[in-house]
Design a protein around this ligand. Structure first.
Ligand code: CU
Length: 472
């Protein structure tokens, strides 16, 4: 047997959860059916086996009854550690399952094998790992969708089947996760230092290239200098910025750039250039703030949705007060087209847009997987921009209060007469803000948009204060 999860089932389950009126769903349980190759469209025939309490029902023909190794898996609320496991060879494995969470979790493998543990318990069982690897979830309703999905791969092969624990819920899309997609590249959220001097020559080269925007999902993005978002440009009020925009001949599309921090004629600096051309866009930073830049070539919606945006920080003369950590976070949406293609303009154009992913700095959940370290009790400044193209942000960091908000020219400062604070900053597309906060104790502080339907679609990160553990 192979461990492949029928993709139709994973997609169907997700779709049915997200769209409760989905009439196509005849599947009785949101767990992976035992593998039955070529059986899409049938209800999970052996659903009873999926729910069977027996922990060790392996039928491995290669090595009946004899284990070839052991695997340790930890469940917490709500995820698995590690989220991907590699073993040297296929065969029957002893599984030691530790639940360090507070509620019941299980390991439900794609072949129906199920191992349960209550909160704080450790149990054992066995699972047959086929040559193609095997995926598993927690079958407690809602847990897989919350991130309790993972896989065991056999060295030298890719995991089969739907997604992993990094991506949260699979997108409500007809685009399916590609198990062979390359891993994403972490975008450094550290805000860069202000550029020295008063005149800055900056080259922005448009690169059209594939990018993994969430585990298993590749978009042929259009970028400034190869990243989504493009580079953060940080200058001081009064500086002159000379941007040399280059569109290499190897590209297929005209592009342009529009700096919201500039005051220039649209039909002068912002005109499009063809592949093989370049132009100079010179502007002066007249006003301080957090500003958007983006490609404005028609249809601008497509060029922004496909990755052509970035942040400009203009500091006031004299600079900002020193803080312990500074980050730059750009919220944006992905509307997936077919794998490896540019995003779907049709989906992005919908009057009531439903993005597949909403992300910080281009990649779904990347700072959930790689928390941003901050010193406990220290001061943290975040430059935040909503690049859209179409969805608002209600930027919030769980467990903190913003004592400073500078949003679109309006300021809340720590010494205001009423001692007011802020819990969330509302940013429409193309709006930016500076927020400041402190993390009072060691622990994790989730970064979200408080439009919570999008948190499960990738708009989730973590600040990690100290060692991240409030108990020691
Ligand atoms: Cu463009």
């Amino acid at each position: 047997m192979n461990g492949s999860i029928p993709r139709w089932l994973a997609v169907l389950a997700t779709t049915a959860l997200l769209v409760s009126a989905c009439s196509a769903s005849t599947t009785p349980a949101w767990t992976f059916a035992p593998d039955q190759a070529g059986a899409p469209g049938q209800p999970a025939a052996a659903a009873g086996a999926v729910g069977a309490p027996s922990p060790a029902a392996s039928e491995a023909p290669a090595a009946p009854g004899q284990t070839v190794g052991s695997i340790a898996i930890e469940a917490f609320d709500l995820g698995f550690k590690p989220s991907s496991i590699s073993v040297d060879k296929p065969g029957l494995y002893e599984v030691r399952f530790t639940n360090t969470g507070s509620i019941l979790h299980d390991l439900t493998f794609a072949d129906g094998t199920k191992i349960e543990a209550k909160g704080g318990e450790t149990t054992t069982g066995q699972v047959n790992v086929p040559a193609g690897g095997i995926t598993f979830i927690c079958s407690v309703p809602g847990h897989a969708e919350a991130g309790m999905k993972a896989s065991i791969t056999v060295a030298g092969t890719a995991a089969t089947g739907g997604g992993d624990s990094h991506s949260g819920p699979a997108p409500a899309t007809d685009t399916q996760a590609d198990p062979n997609a390359p891993p994403y590249t972490l975008y450094d959220a550290t805000a860069p230092a202000v550029l020295p001097g008063t005149t800055h020559d900056i080259t922005l080269t448009v690169e059209e290239k594939p990018m993994t925007v969430a585990p298993g999902f590749v978009v042929n993005v259009w970028t400034f200098n190869g990243t989504v978002p493009g580079p953060v440009i940080r200058v001081t009020e009064g500086d002159t910025i000379r941007v040399h925009l280059k569109n290499p001949a190897t590209n297929k599309t005209p592009h342009s750039i529009d700096f919201h921090a500039s005051q220039v004629a649209w039909n002068d600096e912002m005109t499009s250039i063809n592949p093989g051309e370049e132009k100079l866009y010179e502007w002066k930073a007249d006003y301080a703030g957090v500003w958007m830049y983006h490609c404005g070539t028609a249809p601008a919606l497509h060029h922004i949705a496909n990755g052509m945006y970035g942040m400009v920080i203009v500091e006031p003369k004299g600079g900002l007060p020193k803080v312990d950590r500074e980050f730059a976070l750009v919220q944006s949406e992905w509307y997936l087209g077919p794998q490896g293609q540019p995003v779907s303009l049709q989906k992005a154009s919908a009057g009531n847009p439903a993005p597949d992913f909403v992300v910080f700095n281009g990649v779904a959940n990347q700072y959930k997987d790689n928390p941003l370290p901050v010193p406990t009790g220290g001061t943290v400044r975040i430059f935040v921009l909503d690049a859209g193209p179409s969805i608002d942000s209600s930027f919030h960091i769980v467990g903190t209060i913003f004592n400073t908000v500078i949003k679109e020219g309006f300021q809340l400062t720590p010494r205001n007469p009423g001692h007011y604070g802020a819990q969330a900053v509302d940013l429409s597309p193309a709006q930016g803000a500076i927020v400041e906060l402190t993390t009072p104790e060691d622990g994790l502080y989730p970064i979200v948009t408080h439009a919570f339907n999008f948190v499960g679609r990738g708009a989730l990160g973590l600040l990690k204060a100290g060692d991240g553990d409030p108990k020691n």
